[in-house]
Design a binder for this molecule. Structure first.
Ligand code: T4K
Length: 365
């Protein structure tokens, strides 16, 4: 099976070298040397300050939402991975959904404005497939209404907007370093905090609130990344530029070939540097999309319908007897979710396989 992605792994010998060091020190977790080194290297690579590594991208989001003990409603998108919506519920907050822009697939600032009430405390936006949100407009809205602006940047590793890291926008951004991501630490994630105070707080939150052996200053949690994850990150970081370059070549090739089919549309990218993490295409309608999806499967190719269905369509929302997609007027989000298909994209995807995928799609499109 050719899958939508395939984890990047470093040369085994390189990983083993680091393992030997872990074996000699027996320091496996809790603010280890490799975690500290990776934090430093990632800050440099990404062009950010105040980066806190955590065990996964979902915990990163939870800490981000919890950092200021927010209450009430959080305006967000339903065109995302379940984690974005679930963390809002886990933190006892109320998700309020705003529609997306049909071109960029990201939350539409005009729709956000319409959803603000006296109970709104934050905006949780997603840079979908790594494509930056309309960050300036969202910041204006957040400033005017005194709202926290949090970015789920799970897909946005290495992405820049107007030639600076997209992670520098908003109050907090979170990353995922899951095995399926452009940059992986097996499981893992990071939080980038705008200010020092928040940064210090997040570091404490990640480790039970422990400040020193006898001082526990807040009710934290265990969100620590261990040394085995950190060394995977150190190894993978060495190959990241090469890998993004290979991804770009494949992305451009797909686009050039598929553009011939007038019925296929692409996400409008607004990044000044993109990471080519996903290859989403929009088909004419849900029937076409599903037909192509099935035809690809018959040929041993597993494309993915990221993100179908919308998170508001999950059973636990339905049980309340309300159709949230209708209630929140998520017309564009529904349309994109029904038509989107993410094609296989990873650095060592072979040319002959890409050609086969293109051929199957063009036959059906
Ligand atoms: N916010 C957003 C917007 C997100 O997209 C995500 C995660 C999060 C937050 C939460 O971050 P984490 O807590 O996960 O760090 C995958 C990933 O598990 C998930 O991290 C990711 N988004 C999501 C978009 O994709 P699945 O259920 O589609 O993964 P799975 O297991 O079907 O894998 C997809 C393909 O990847 C496989 O067919 C083959 C390849 N693969 C997978 C694994 C697990 C590998 O090559 N190696 C592997 O180890 O969710």
């Amino acid at each position: 099976m050719i899958t939508v992605t395939r984890s990047d792994l470093p040369e085994l010998e390189k990983y083993i070298e680091y393992l030997k060091e872990i074996w000699s020190t027996r320091w496996l977790t809790n603010n280890g040397q490799f975690l500290q080194l990776l934090e430093k290297k990632l800050e440099e690579y990404l062009g950010v300050k105040n980066l806190v590594l955590v065990a996964n991208g979902t915990l990163a989001l939870q800490l981000a939402l919890r950092a200021y003990e927010r209450k009430g409603e959080v305006i967000t998108t339903a065109f995302t991975f379940p984690a974005t919506t679930n963390v809002i519920l886990w933190e006892g907050l109320i998700p309020v959904f705003a529609d997306i822009d049909p071109e960029t697939f990201n939350i539409d600032p005009e729709e956000v404005k319409k959803k603000i009430t006296g109970k709104t405390s934050a905006i949780l936006a997603v840079h979908v497939y790594g494509n930056p949100c309309y960050v300036e407009e969202l910041q204006r809205i957040a400033d005017k209404r005194n709202l926290e602006l949090i970015y789920d940047a799970a897909h946005a590793f290495g992405v820049q907007y107007k030639n600076q890291s997209v992670l520098n926008y908003g109050d907090i951004s979170t990353l995922s370093f899951h095995a399926t991501k452009v940059f992986n630490t097996i499981e893992g994630g990071a939080i980038i905090a705008k200010n020092e105070q928040l940064f210090e707080r997040l570091k404490l939150m990640r480790n039970h609130g422990i400040k020193s052996e006898e001082e526990v200053v807040l009710p934290g949690i265990n969100a620590k990344m261990n040394e085995f994850q950190a060394i995977m990150g150190l190894c993978n970081l060495e190959n990241i530029d090469k890998n993004i370059c290979l991804r770009e070549t494949i992305y451009r090739y797909y686009k050039e070939k598929l553009e011939d089919a007038k019925s296929i549309k692409f996400q409008k990218l607004i990044a000044s540097r993109y990471n080519y993490s996903y290859m989403p295409i929009l088909l004419e309608n849900i029937e076409k999309r599903d037909k192509i999806y099935s035809r690809l499967i018959k040929n041993g190719i597993k494309a993915r319908k990221y993100f179908f269905p919308l998170t508001v369509s999950f059973d636990y929302f339905k049980q309340k007897g309300v159709n949230l997609a209708e209630k929140y007027h998520l017309k564009n989000a529904l349309d994109v979710a029904n038509r989107v298909l993410c094609l296989p994209l990873y650095p060592d995807l072979e040319m002959q396989n890409i050609d086969r995928i293109i051929e199957i799609i063009l036959e059906q499109a």
